[in-house]
Design a protein around this ligand. Structure first.
Ligand code: SF4
Length: 242
């Protein structure tokens, strides 16, 4: 392992508990000591009624959907936002990371996962040899900031859902990673704890989906970084098995 990677894992609080090794004949990273089990659970995206707002959005291409989101007033979150946070990254990415909603930094800059949580997410990506913008796309359940960093209300998440559904259709990622309980519950359309959802391959439509902790949560709960690392290793193995 390079010194830089070792330093990065130390910064993540993962070294020396977790180690990375290059498998014989491979240039990629292999995660060790991961005991998560795979279990398929399905969730299909809801159908769109003919002529509905949802159906209209689900037919949009990138330029239309970006323009519509920038001017969207379809739920109450538009009233106090500074900027919409559409999502960022490679529009043909294999990896799609989805959080809950923009925070203050994201609202000011119009980009998801900036600030300390964004820095941790970038480090998590680097730990599995990924990089923001390169084969990675990052988005949120809602594109406008819930005031005071509260969770999005069900009506707000529901109003914003068609945009994300269309982004997922257009990107066609190999894997979706739900970051945190709000993202997981909205994408899987069911109430469940993070603990019960981790370590399994769920489905968003026909796309595999894995659940892990939100980086902002990890900043407040450092011991759970090791569990997030297990989840990332599970995600790497899942993508490799596809
Ligand atoms: Fe529109 Fe979504 Fe913003 Fe609500 S959160 S105003 S639905 S873009």
């Amino acid at each position: 392992m390079s010194r830089r990677r070792e330093e990065m894992l130390k910064e993540l609080g993962l070294w020396p508990v977790w180690r990375l090794r290059a498998a014989a004949g491979e240039t990629g990273t292999v995660c060790e000591d991961v005991s998560a089990t795979e279990e398929l659970t399905d969730h299909g995206a809801p159908a769109a009624a003919p002529g509905s707002r949802r159906e209209l959005i689900l037919r949009m291409e990138w330029p239309e959907i970006k323009a519509r989101v920038a001017l969207c007033t379809d739920c109450g979150l538009h009233a106090r936002r500074k900027k919409t946070v559409f999502g960022v990254g490679d529009e043909n990415a294999d990896w799609l990371f989805i959080g809950e909603g923009p925070g203050a930094d994201e609202d000011a800059q119009g980009e998801p996962f900036v600030g300390q949580a964004g820095k941790l997410l970038d480090n998590m990506l680097a730990a599995i040899r990924l990089k923001r913008g390169e084969n990675v796309y990052i988005a949120n359940i809602t594109k406008c900031r819930p005031p005071g960093n509260r969770n999005p209300e069900p009506a707000e998440a529901s109003a914003c859902e068609p945009y994300l559904a269309r982004q997922i259709e257009l990107i066609r990622p190999k894997l979706v990673i739900a970051l945190g309980k709000v993202a997981a519950q909205n994408l899987l359309a069911r109430e469940a704890s993070i603990a019960s959802l981790r370590g399994k391959v769920h489905r968003y439509g026909d796309i595999p989906l894995i659940v892990t902790y939100h980086p902002a949560y990890l900043l407040r709960n450092l011991p759970d970084k090791a569990k997030a690392w297990e989840d990332l290793c599970f995600a790497v193995r899942t993508v490799k098995s596809l």
